[in-house]
Design a protein around this ligand. Structure first.
Ligand code: ZN
Length: 423
């Protein structure tokens, strides 16, 4: 972690209580924030180049899928999620642990440059090029260590091709683990000092007894990530085989809580939307991927009480600002009105950034997403000197950046106090 530099003076900073001026932000040698003090006009620490905001936790990543970019944007007539999946399977056949490391390190570098400071890696490509699951896992953890992004490793249990217990196809064998192999990966993650989450792939790919095995394997606070309700065909299959829709079934069987990350709740029923609005679990939205794959649009305006964050998922976009932009623009387009997500306290982009960062910590297993003592010094500094930002308050500047900006308008990104990207 940092040596000489142990603090920053922010001309303005987005804290859990909103924007504050002249904020002195100090962290210890462990990279954790020790004090955050507004209204400090003089500080021995360097002055940041613009507003300081929490770095964005990326709640859902398959880093290797960046290698598909440009190769899967030609779906042809009738192309859909399932035809995209076939292309993804073909790419997996060509991967080795070494290639997995290279593409993942590249993707993580892009994430840091764009303002993501941590990532939950939903890791399911276990058997590559004849190598053991341990080798692929090590490649993914090394990619995070070498680039400096904070990683929560979520090994995926993927055992069946359907919720009726259909065996995996030949092309899905790279994803297969048994219970003992899964437990070994969890041990390997702990020994590496990496934060662990568990990830039943979906209710298509595991049976109820697999889910009970996973939940019993780890502590009661360990995050659980699951692809939950991405496709109408998937929801129909779960209803047929388990007797209920996915989110309702999970809540009845396990009792959902904020540590449950519901990835792609796109097809949630009205009753499930009510559960989400009550904050029963954490919603993980991946708007660019969900639009690219034709999944649909999650009706965020229907769940104002939801706790949520974003993920770059298939890496068609690696930019938290672009995820929030699409999330916001989906609402007026669907309803013929502006200001459908407006907050009385902040402007649109600012408000979305605050919501997405603050909703994250329950499903990352580490204290991220807030500039507050006891949280990680994972920070992003916007370049206040850019002409686009002239004359704007910090609140309006962040909105301008979220809605029209790009990575080069970020002055620097820090993880645990260390500078990991600069523009
Ligand atoms: Zn996914």
């Amino acid at each position: 972690m940092s040596g000489a530099v142990s603090g920053l003076l922010a001309p303005s900073a987005l804290l859990p209580t909103g924007w504050h001026p002249d904020v002195e932000i100090c962290w210890g040698p462990d990279g954790m924030l020790e004090s955050v003090t507004p209204n400090v006009p003089d500080s021995p620490h360097p002055t940041a180049a613009g507003p300081v905001i929490p770095g964005m936790p990326n709640l859902h990543s398959h880093a290797f899928q960046r290698a598909l970019l440009g190769r899967v944007q030609h779906p042809g007539p009738g192309g859909d999620f399932w035809s995209w999946r076939n292309e993804m399977y073909s790419a997996v056949q060509a991967l080795t642990p070494e290639l997995l490391y290279q593409v993942s390190a590249w993707t993580y570098s892009l994430m840091l440059a764009a303002g993501y400071t941590s990532v939950v890696e939903f890791h399911y490509v276990h058997r590559l090029g004849g190598a053991s699951p341990s080798r692929s896992l090590e490649a993914m953890m090394a990619a995070a260590r070498d680039t400096g992004i904070r990683q929560t490793m979520a090994p995926v249990l993927y055992r069946f091709a359907g919720s009726d217990g259909t065996a995996l196809s030949e092309r899905q064998r790279a994803f297969e683990l048994d219970h003992a192999e899964f437990a070994d990966l969890v041990t390997q993650i702990g020994e590496a000092g990496t934060t662990v989450a568990i990830a039943p792939h979906s209710l298509r790919a595991v049976q109820p007894d697999d889910l009970h095995f996973l939940v019993d394997l780890v502590g009661a606070d360990t995050p659980v990530h699951i692809h939950v309700s991405e496709q109408p065909a998937e929801v129909a299959e779960i209803r047929k085989n388990l007797g209920d829709t996915p989110i309702a079934w999970l809540n009845r069987e396990f009792g959902l809580s904020p540590r449950w990350a519901l990835v792609h709740a796109t097809q949630a029923t009205p009753a499930e939307l009510d559960l989400i609005d009550d904050g029963v679990a954490t919603l993980v939205l991946c708007p660019t991927t969900e639009h690219d794959l034709g999944d649909g649009r999650f009706p965020i305006e229907r769940t104002p009480g939801a706790s949520w964050g974003v993920g770059s998922d298939s890496q068609v976009s690696v930019s938290p600002a672009e995820e929030l932009r699409l999330l916001l623009y989906g609402q007026p387009a669907a309803r013929g009105k502006r200001a459908v997500l407006s907050s009385t306290e902040h402007s649109d982009g600012s408000s979305l950034w605050q919501r997405a960062t603050q909703g994250a910590s329950a499903v990352t297993g580490s204290p991220v997403g807030r500039i507050a003592p006891g949280h990680a010094a994972d920070l992003m500094v916007l370049d206040g000197a850019r002409p686009d930002f002239t004359g704007l308050t910090a609140d309006h500047l962040l909105s301008a950046w979220v809605l029209s900006g790009h990575a080069r308008q970020i002055a620097e990104v820090r993880v645990g106090g260390d500078v990991v990207a600069q523009h």
